[in-house]
Ligand binder design. Sequence first.
Ligand SMILES: [Zn+2]
Length: 316
Amino acid sequence: MSGIDETRDPGHGPAGPEVTGGPATVGPPGRVDTLSPLVRRILCPNPSLMTGPGTNTYLVGTGEVAVVDPGPDDPVHLERVLVAAGEALRWIVVTHAHPDHAPGARRLAERTGVAVLGFDERAGFRPDRRVGDGDEVAGGTAWQLTALYTPGHSSDHLCFVLDGEDGRLLLSGDHVMDGSTVVIAPPDGDMAAYLEGLRRVLSLRPEPASLLPGHGGVVRQPRERVEHYLEHRLARERALAAVLGAAGSASVDELVATVYEGLDPALAPIARYSVWAHLRKLAGEGLVIEEAPGGLEGRWRSVSSSVPTDTRPADT
Ligand SMILES: [Zn+2]
């Protein structure tokens, strides 16, 4: 059976392609996983705390192929991608310029003469063609890849909506991942923009049937996953604001220690960035003030605090 089931209301629950490739099926590196008639996935061998099993490189299309996120400049991985794409490679697309997603694009371009598409030039990444929100990036009559600007994890982050004959998928890059935490690291990372970007994903109509993340397996219930992300972040922010309100003022590290009780020390750097990013968002809403500027070392005060800050001991 193919095509969209017309009896389903596209506004309620996504109809779309059957996609295989859940969390348990990621890897080993180098294997070409066919996830749907239009999508293949090759895992890059760069596992880490930040990348989970590694970076997912996606090949989209059949007659003409787009490679999304070639990954780091790993010759072995890129050779596998080239072999899988073959003569059909037409587009090299990058979700964002981070080192686990973009550097391989240049080597692929040099080998094939195919143009690299991405948001802008930064951190050693230079797209041949710049792509913005709503731009049709790749495809033809049978499928279309359209950019969705989703800053937050990074200010250059794009997701890509894949519309095929049998429905819609979303290549979500590091905006929504599977299995690992999305890092929001200011100043390039922006929590307010990130949460707004999650709401944008929720507002897509028709809804994507599945998400194809930059790390981890296929996300089959996109709405549940994204709503969970939003709730989790906002609950953390409320906890943080409450602690700061009670304390009057606090440093990022003091807030991490209180809000993230029992935190795995390996995740502490991510938690620090996350707290800082929430504080910057709250400052933008006029709820907190950075009283001693210093980035991760800064000190913050709750605007609505009932505790006069001048009665508290000096931090230094
Ligand atoms: Zn990544």
